[in-house]
Design a binder for this molecule. Structure first.
Ligand code: ATP
Length: 492
């Protein structure tokens, strides 16, 4: 605003001089040069600017707006209570924390948690990202760090806040291990400045500052930042479990009209591995699908389709030829049949409608959230991955490039088996015994492929029938597939 006033005044003065017959060109050139210099300095964070986003905390995000992160919320809340109850903890000789590091996969709610912490402590919330400090020019990053803390104090004072939370996202960019960057002098100076600023944070200061940083790569962070007295509380923000996913879905559907058939529990069950951001997008996509169809409420099928959309991307207009569609149907049916035979009830959806990079796909619903796998489970996943190509070979006499991703997946799973000491090799150092490992991968895949060939040959007729049904319908839900298999069993 002040910049607009200055511009207005300068223009008014220039007009006055022109009317009075003065030559204003040198004056205008001087003004332009000054402006260019000012903008340059502002970009580098060397003068006060809106370079760091300040988000008013009051009444915005609360801890109740963050779903499925009970442990992280408890840990963070305790740290915030140290700030809120400074006198009580002082009595016990507890030193308030200066920095909290939130670690975890992208989109799990780290920024939300930091904002909620600011609301909880009635602090000014100042957000920035590690990459904002990266500059080619020596000393600029360090200057920006100084400026950040100075601005946080100043703004907090202006708004009569006694506390400020500085949130630094992607801290690994700014706080990577010293000496690890090509341009390391500049990076090291920036990190050193952050350490200096954090060391200077005292609870007695009239504005108490807490630094909350977030990262997906805690392994990259310099040990000096992690030592007690700096980021001395590390809070893990993990992908939500089924209960957590349900809570997040409930939060993000609160403002949406849901149909009577909507069962969010079933959606939570089918979305293992989804982050909070995925679930927010899922709820949004489901609403968009209902809107496209002109529906007043969102139904379960909108949510189910939104899962595929979030996992694989938008449906493509691309129309493969008849032969290709036939092949895709056989391929996907191969995956689906083996999946149902290995674990009845496991198929959630099979389709030959291309989406994202996939010509078609079969989506499984996990039985329950699982965080480790047995040898039997890994081998079963390898068989399911290989079943598409095997089905193509069985019915169409040759495989196609459509199985490229399945093969990658099968190799990844086989390597996992070996790395965990679950293969015939027993415990091996995967890195040192390269030839041995590739031989074992080949043998695991060949063995599992043989098993799939055997099974699918026995179900050849069923494979062909389900594939032509899929070709006709384009989509089959897990329930439809199972109903058909049941029907086939009774007439066979
Ligand atoms: P990144 O590491 O990519 O910066 P992040 O962990 O900071 O991600 P957020 O920015 O907090 O993630 O989350 C992005 C969006 O996803 C939020 O605005 C919110 O809509 C949704 N979201 C993520 N996690 C949760 C959660 N636990 N509860 C509710 N909503 C969530």
């Amino acid at each position: 605003m002040s910049q607009e006033i200055i511009l207005g005044v300068v223009l008014a003065v220039a007009v006055f001089f022109i009317i009075s017959g003065y030559n204003v060109v040198p004056l205008l050139v001087l003004f332009m040069l000054g402006s260019v210099l000012y903008i340059g300095l502002q970009r580098k964070g060397l003068v006060n600017s809106s370079f760091f986003a300040e988000v008013p905390a009051g009444g915005q995000i609360n801890f109740t707006d963050v779903g499925g992160q009970a442990t992280a919320i408890n840990e963070l809340m305790e740290a915030m209570n140290f700030i809120n109850e400074k006198d009580k903890i002082g009595h016990l000789g507890i030193r308030p924390l200066k920095g909290i590091l939130l670690t975890g996969p992208p989109g799990t709610g780290k920024t939300l948690l930091a904002k909620a912490a600011a609301t909880y402590t009635d602090s000014l919330f100042f957000a920035t990202s590690g990459s904002e400090f990266v500059e080619m020019y020596a000393g600029v990053g360090a200057q920006r760090v100084r400026n950040l803390f100075r601005q946080a104090r100043k703004k907090a004072k202006q708004q009569s806040k006694r506390r400020a939370i500085i949130f630094i996202d992607e801290i690994e960019v700014l706080g990577a291990k010293r000496g690890s960057h090509a341009n390391h002098m500049e990076y090291d100076q920036t990190l050193n400045q952050l350490l200096v600023e954090m060391d200077g944070l005292e609870p007695e200061n009239d504005c108490q500052i807490l630094v909350i940083a977030a990262t997906n790569r805690v392994d990259m962070i310099d040990a000096a930042l992690l030592r007690p007295g700096r980021f001395d509380r590390i809070v893990q923000v993990q992908l939500p479990d089924k209960e957590g996913r349900l809570q997040i879905l409930q939060l993000h559907t609160k403002n949406k009209p849901l149909g009577d058939d909507v069962a969010l529990e079933a959606i939570a069950k089918d979305t293992f591995g989804f982050s909070g951001a995925h679930l927010e997008s899922l709820a949004n996509e489901a609403a968009i699908m209902a809107f496209r169809e002109g529906q007043a409420t969102i139904s379960q099928r909108h949510f189910k389709e939104a899962i595929d959309k979030v996992m694989l991307g938008e449906k493509l207009e691309r129309k493969p030829g008849e032969q290709e569609l036939q092949r895709v149907a056989i391929h996907e049916t191969g995956h689906a049949l083996i999946s149902e035979l290995e674990r009845p009830g496991s198929v959630a959806h099979v389709t030959i409608v291309p989406r994202g990079q996939a010509m078609g796909y079969m989506r499984q619903s996990p039985e329950q959230d699982s965080y480790m796998q047995t040898k039997t489970q890994l081998e079963s996943q390898i068989r399911i991955a290989l079943a598409g190509a095997v089905a193509e070979e069985l019915i169409l006499q040759e495989k196609s490039t459509g199985a490229a991703n399945d093969i990658k997946e099968a190799i990844k799973l086989a390597k996992r088996l070996i790395a965990c000491g679950l293969s015939e090799l027993g415990i091996v150092d995967g890195e040192q015994s390269g030839d041995l490992v590739s031989g074992a991968v080949r043998s695991i895949i060949a063995q599992q492929e043989q098993k799939v060939k055997q099974v699918l040959s026995n179900y050849r007729l069923l494979l062909q029938q389900v594939a032509s049904l899929l070709r006709q319908e384009e989509n089959l839900s897990g329930e439809e597939l199972r109903a058909y298999l049941q029907h086939f069993r009774t007439i066979a």
